[in-house]
Write a protein that binds this ligand. Structure first.
Ligand SMILES: [Zn+2]
Length: 315
């Protein structure tokens, strides 16, 4: 065999091995299941099952009142929803359940169907609008990634809402009140945050986290995201529970505000100076990345989409 031909054969074999390994990894990928017996009590009435930085798992909130329990983000698919329901039952004898999600994305919402038939699902009209527009497209993208995800999503559906609200809505669970605000569009049009008033705990969804923000919807944008942050900055918050990643305090919200406000201001200046969108992206990426070293995941791509959005919005 001539050397060139041998190299081609070797390259082919290496690539075949890669495919086999990738296929094997995919087939044996464990299902992303929410941790059991791991609920963390973060205040008098609020528990969180942390995502432990695992993909396809949200931080799940469980708020326990004297009369009823509210679950925030019941997880990806019915199996996860059942785990969350089981955990909620371990924490209290309440038989009355409310289920809500921070937004319609699969790992936040599609466990709701596992809750008892008489549980009350509450959605903002904007969240419902997202569901009607995008339907199961997000779940289908996940299901194509691994067999485990496809299995988890089998039979999953958007639990129909029993209650709709426009801007805000309040539920008294007995001795503890959850105030919900439709603050989107930010990450999605239907972003909803949940404020446990007595304990001053705010579930921010993907609207404020300790990682790069993702403009995930055609209705996302820098100006609208700043408006959402402005709305929640007025709340007197002790603990911020983002829908992914570590807990924090009000500085988590302030950091997002600073990020988007900086992008908006710098894009305005640089666009006025005649720089192109590509040039502005390059400039701001090099300015921002070193300042955000504690934020996880794909900063360059996330900054790119935020800057382009601000560029389009700037005069
Ligand atoms: Zn999301």
């Amino acid at each position: 065999m001539n050397p060139k031909r041998l190299l081609t054969v070797l390259a082919g074999a290496a690539s075949a091995i890669c495919w086999v390994v990738a296929g094997w990894a995919q087939a044996t990928d464990p299902a992303p299941l929410i941790e059991q017996d791991d609920a963390l009590k973060i205040s008098d009435r609020v528990y969180v099952i942390l995502d432990d930085r695992r993909r396809y798992i949200p931080n799940v909130g469980i708020v326990i009142g004297d009369r009823a329990t509210m679950v925030i983000d019941p997880g990806l698919g019915l199996a996860n929803g059942e785990i969350v329901l089981g955990e909620a039952r371990k924490l209290s004898d309440n038989d009355e359940f409310y289920v809500v999600s921070t937004h319609y994305h699969s790992e936040h919402d599609l466990g709701a169907g596992a809750f008892p038939e008489d549980a009350t699902m509450i959605r903002s009209r904007d969240q419902q609008h997202d569901i009607e527009e995008f339907r199961m497209s997000h779940a289908e993208r996940f299901a194509q990634r691994t067999e485990a995800l496809a299995n988890l999503l089998e039979g999953a559906y958007f639990r129909p809402a029993d209650v709709f609200f426009d801007d805000e809505y309040s539920v008294d669970l007995g001795g503890v009140t959850v105030q919900m605000y439709a603050v989107g569009p930010a990450h999605t049009r239907g972003d909803t945050v949940f404020f446990v008033e007595e304990d001053r705990v705010l579930f921010t969804g993907d609207v404020a986290m300790r990682r790069y923000p993702r403009l995930a919807s055609p209705s996302s944008g820098v100006a609208v995201w700043l408006k959402a942050l402005d709305a929640i900055q007025s709340l007197d918050v002790d603990v911020v529970v983002p829908s992914h990643g570590p807990l924090g305090d009000a500085t988590v919200i302030d950091a997002y505000e600073e990020y988007f406000a900086t992008i908006q201001a710098r894009v305005g200046e640089l666009k006025t100076q005649g720089l192109s969108a590509d040039e502005v992206v390059e400039r701001l990426t090099s300015e921002l990345v070193p300042r955000l070293s504690d934020w996880r995941e794909n900063g360059t791509a996330m900054i790119d989409s935020s800057v382009r959005s601000a560029f389009d919005e700037a005069p």
